[in-house]
Design a protein around this ligand. Structure first.
Ligand code: GUN
Length: 282
């Protein structure tokens, strides 16, 4: 079975649109998401465009601020300070990666944690690891939603995450642990990777290498979640980190690329923006 993130996110966005439609009468305005894009990396441009499109679908106000790749860190910090101080901005997202001369750590830490719709601020990360209420990072949150929507049992099962990034690998491992899976995090230095991944009843792949996971690395009936968004070097088309065509017949559940995890990430960003907005209304 293929889990369509595209279809699931469309349903969730329709529900959110109905919810947001009632906000002007109730709160006097709609949620407002500010997105900052530095430079013109094609992947980042496409993500930011997708975020603006989803905002329009849900009825969220979107301000996208585009700045050249050579912007000074201080100028970027100035923009964030203004957005932090603006009572009509509920969510702030700085598209990553940033150019090398800018410290991502400094930029993320400068965002007001109550407007941190990515869940990347150190205080939100700390809250996640201490099981305190927090804004959950969008991709991991979307992955758990997909597993639940597909009726996948998580508790007690063997989950393997390939990748240990702050954006996906580490937080998705923590969320799977919170769902009571037995979690292994594999990475570039893991020995006998195929042996480790074959143990997985749930395999989450977030490494950013086209078709890196081959059919021999996957157990019969495994649930395979593909977070990768790559260009296939042979066809030039978008492809994931797993060899979808070969693995789909062997997996019990698999997510496609495109149309899998990606739309769910954006959907969860919309949800996080609404959550940040509602928290302020109390
Ligand atoms: N770059 C890749 N994924 C993400 C994400 O979830 N948020 C931000 N801000 N940048 C990203």
């Amino acid at each position: 079975m293929t889990i369509s993130g595209k279809e699931l996110s469309a349903r969730l966005k329709a529900d959110m649109a109905a919810e947001v439609a009632a906000f002007p009468a109730r709160y006097g305005r709609v949620p407002h998401l500010a997105v900052i894009l530095v430079g013109e990396d094609p992947g980042s441009v496409s993500y930011v465009t997708g975020k603006a499109k989803a905002s329009a679908e849900v009825g969220i106000r979107n301000t996208t601020i585009r700045k050249p790749a050579d912007i000074a860190e201080e100028e970027l910090l100035g923009i964030i300070a203004e957005l932090n101080a603006d009572a009509e901005v509920d969510g702030i997202l700085v598209q990553l990666p940033l150019p090398k001369h800018i410290s991502e750590e400094r930029i993320i830490a400068a965002i007001d944690k109550t407007k941190d719709v990515d869940g990347f601020h150190p205080l939100n990360v700390a809250a996640l690891w201490q099981k305190q209420p927090c804004t959950l990072p969008c991709t991991p949150k979307g992955i758990i939603k997909m597993l639940k929507a597909a009726g996948v049992e998580i508790a007690g099962r063997e989950a393997v995450v390939i990748g240990r990034s702050n954006i996906v690998g580490l937080p998705v491992a923590k969320l799977l642990l919170d769902e009571n899976a037995t979690v292994t995090i594999a990475h570039s230095r893991t020995r006998n990777l195929a042996e480790v991944t074959r143990r997985a009843e749930i395999l989450v792949v977030a490494i950013g290498r086209p078709k890196f996971v081959t059919v021999d690395m996957v157990a019969d009936g495994a649930v395979v979640i593909d977070v990768g968004v790559n260009r296939d070097p042979e066809t030039g088309k978008l492809c994931g980190d797993v060899d979808y065509a070969a693995i789909e017949p062997k997996a019990s559940v698999i997510t496609p690329v495109p149309g899998g995890v990606g739309p769910m990430t954006i959907c969860c960003l919309m949800e996080n923006t609404i959550e940040c907005f509602l928290r302020k209304q109390k």
